[in-house]
Design a binder for this molecule. Structure first.
Ligand SMILES: [Mn+2]
Length: 332
């Protein structure tokens, strides 16, 4: 974590760099969520208003549920022009930029704005703050620098804040988060529409996937660790894909089962390659388990990719759980 003074210096540097850049590219992570999309869209709208040429890149598809605030601001094409400045938003490490990562790491003028405690500080200038969301960092940067926010900027910022706090239910929902949310709401946001698209709307295929998922979980260590699996075949049968899992809240559902300490969902994203989400209920730090497999995230929510068949992936997780939490829990 950077010291406060360093953060203040970096904040000045960020604005100086933005001021002197005419063309700026923003990068957000693969499997895009409300926070990276919200921060990308909010920053783009402001930069456009400052007569900068700004583009937002993401090497992935944006889920329908986010279209109401993302519209066509985000692109996934090859980069055909040079930019004066590149900014990564909400990316804990360079691999989250996927096909854009080498372009980013070879550029001389880069900024990394993020709130993941596991951030690898891969840019020339890194602004990493331990708080709820990248949207909270951006809001604070705007406020500290007297940048006027309008309802077009308030909407994506609110969406990021709401997403990363799990609709203001995770333990990163500080009093300051509510203060910011209240200021953003004062721009007249349509709260019902926002919450419907961000948290409630499901496709029928997603509900079919949920039905399959609920028959696919296994408990270990007297129910402390629960793992739910979804294979390529499950996605095929329900006409869904890995992206549909995120909006279902399955990982929260299994972590909320009584006595569960860590809930895990593994989804086969490619043959023998599983995307893994970890959640903890209580004090266990699940970045420890994700970083064991080259991933990262937050204390109570983290993720990684693990290669292998379904059974070997599950065994790797079960073994890692025991190695990491043994001595500090009740595993026998
Ligand atoms: Mn985030």
């Amino acid at each position: 974590m950077l010291e406060l003074r360093e953060l203040e210096l970096n904040e000045k540097d960020i604005f100086n760099k933005i001021k002197s850049a005419k063309t700026i590219a923003l990068f957000i992570h693969i499997n895009p969520d409300g926070d990276c999309l919200g921060s990308g869209v909010a920053l783009k709208i402001w930069l456009d208003s400052q007569n900068k040429k700004c583009d937002v890149y993401c090497d992935d598809i944006v889920h329908d549920n986010y279209s109401f605030f993302v519209s066509n601001y985000v692109q996934n094409c090859d980069i055909k022009q040079d930019y004066d400045l590149l900014i990564a938003l909400d990316c804990g490490d360079i691999n989250r930029l996927s096909k854009y990562s080498s372009y980013f790491s070879n550029h001389k003028n880069t900024i990394n704005i993020d709130h993941h405690i596991s951030n690898t500080k891969f840019a020339k200038l890194n602004y990493i703050k331990d708080c709820s969301s990248t949207c909270e960092i951006l809001y604070t940067l705007f406020e500290n620098n007297n940048i006027a926010i309008d309802n077009n900027i308030a909407l994506p910022l609110y969406c990021g804040l709401a997403t990363d706090t799990g609709c203001f239910m995770h333990n990163n929902t500080t009093p300051n988060v509510h203060i910011i949310a209240s200021k953003l709401l004062s721009f007249g946001l349509d709260i019902e529409k926002i919450h419907y698209f961000l948290f409630q709307r499901k496709t029928l295929n997603q509900i079919n996937l949920m039905q399959v998922a609920l028959t696919h979980f296994i408990s270990y260590y007297n129910g402390e660790l629960t793992i739910l699996y979804l294979t390529a075949k499950d996605f095929e049968q329900t006409l869904t894909n890995e992206r549909d899992v995120m909006g279902l809240g399955i990982v929260n559902l299994i972590t909320n089962i009584d006595k569960v300490r860590v809930g895990v969902v593994i989804s086969e994203s490619k043959t023998n390659c599983y995307s893994v989400s970890f959640r903890s209920q209580g004090n266990d730090d699940v970045t420890l388990i994700a970083s064991n497999f080259g991933g990262g995230g937050h204390k109570k929510a983290s993720g990684c990719k693990i290669f292998g068949t379904k059974n070997t992936v599950i065994k790797k997780i079960v073994d890692a759980y025991k190695d990491i939490y043994a001595g500090n829990n009740s595993i026998k």
